[in-house]
Design a protein around this ligand. Sequence first.
Ligand code: AMP
Length: 202
Amino acid sequence: MKLIFIGPQGSGKGTQAKMIAEKFGLCHISVGDLLRKAKGKIKEEIDKVMNAGKLVPDEFVEELLLKKVSGNGCAKGYILDGYPRNVKQLDFFEKNFDVDKVFEISISDDESVRRILGRRSCSKCGAIFNVNSFPKPKVDDVCDNCGGKLIKRKDDNEGALRKRLGIYHRETERILKMHDFVKIDGEQDIEKVFEDIVKVLG
Ligand code: AMP
């Protein structure tokens, strides 16, 4: 099973991709996470672009993606989360790999802003919380799981977010005009969104 999850920032596509990957034994490929984990000389350049809310140049992304998709753990298939983000990336992907289904997880821009500005991650264990939605940490800025300090991603500020949403509407949504896709209402509860996706996958 080879799936692509597309959605605006905060739509929950990462959360859903993780849950669906676990259920069906697929490999979850988050390009944003791959870029955040990049090491060496390219790290500084990638961080600068990401913190400004812009797209990282294709040469960096393609190399990381090729390595990951053909690596161990993806034999049963994969879910791409955060790739492709424009028509050029879709062309590159389809030249090299297959896609069975594309899902769009949709939320409004207002909901995206509300969720992203409330997003926090644990500096110790990486768990994700949200002070404006779900799951809310019991104590502000403290991780429920390990007691680590909760921090905001550098690109989760209003300026960078507006830029990222602009790229989504201008470039990523064009993919949906060129490809069959299944639209899922991302403003529902996490469990209901999950159920809707599972229903389509059978
Ligand atoms: P995400 O974690 O999916 O919100 O992505 C965070 C940031 O990573 C984006 O704003 C981009 O700077 C970068 N990024 C993620 N996916 C891609 C991609 N497919 N192409 C270029 N840059 C990307």
